[in-house]
Design a protein around this ligand. Sequence first.
Ligand code: NDP
Length: 270
Amino acid sequence: MTDLYAVIGNPIAQSKSPQIHAAFARELGYDLRYEAILAPREGFAAAVTAFRAAGGKGLNVTVPFKLDAFALATERTERAEQAGAVNTLKFDGGVILGDNTDGAGLVRDIEDRLGFALRGKRVLIMGAGGAARGVVLPLLHEQPASVTIANRTVEKALALERRFAPFGPEGGDYARLAGRQFDLIVNATSASLTGELPALPPGVFAAGSLAYDMVYGDEPTRFLVHARQNGAAQVADGWGMLLAQAAESFLLWRGVRPDIRPVIGMLRGR
Ligand code: NDP
């Protein structure tokens, strides 16, 4: 029987996950079905129950259900616990395993696809929302020299500093970055969606630095244009992270991590 997977969210029509997983299945020669489920805002658990009853093996979970998925999981990976949100569910008998693949996706994209080694690097994360929170620990695992979190609402950056205190990330506002340089600057804000730029002081891009925007689209984001003009050696948008987090979900479900490189060109610009 063909194995069944899906992405669940509200809205869901914009999701690229069905295309991505279909491409992974083609690449690996797997026979699987991957659907998109629009669940009512108050109907997440019921939709998951119906999906499992239909033989569903795993779900990708998107806005606004990542906290519902966290609560529904009967077991959770450490990275899901640390992120405080679940974007992947795996059904195995009576067990609902909750995982969060966003941080691993970012790290795999940066290290494997872009060839940028994180060890010993000075890392700046802009933003302190759900996306930033999910990537702090996976980035720290790669043993960078430092991780700094800057956010417009400074209390949220300080809350992340406290949450990950044993591992030593530093939180604060953008003004505190004046006079400092970073090797990797990750834009984990949604500013690029509205063409805005976080209040980065001049001179933050170190020689050889990588600027990474989690937002993806057809055109380079304002942050990436700014980064190029201000000394970043390499820039990347969020397509790679989107694909790499999907590949991590695929790995959890099927035990094989697909190669995202053949797929990225196919999706860009669609
Ligand atoms: P949240 O709404 O939880 O957080 C938004 C963050 O952006 C906050 O820190 C907010 O600051 C900051 N922000 C928004 N506008 C501005 C601005 N004009 N200047 C400075 N800071 C700003 O969103 P998420 O954390 O869930 O997601 C952030 C982005 O990451 C989204 O655009 C999303 O599309 C993208 N993303 C991409 C993924 C991928 O696979 N490529 C995966 C996950 C997310 P404040 O606290 O002050 O409001």
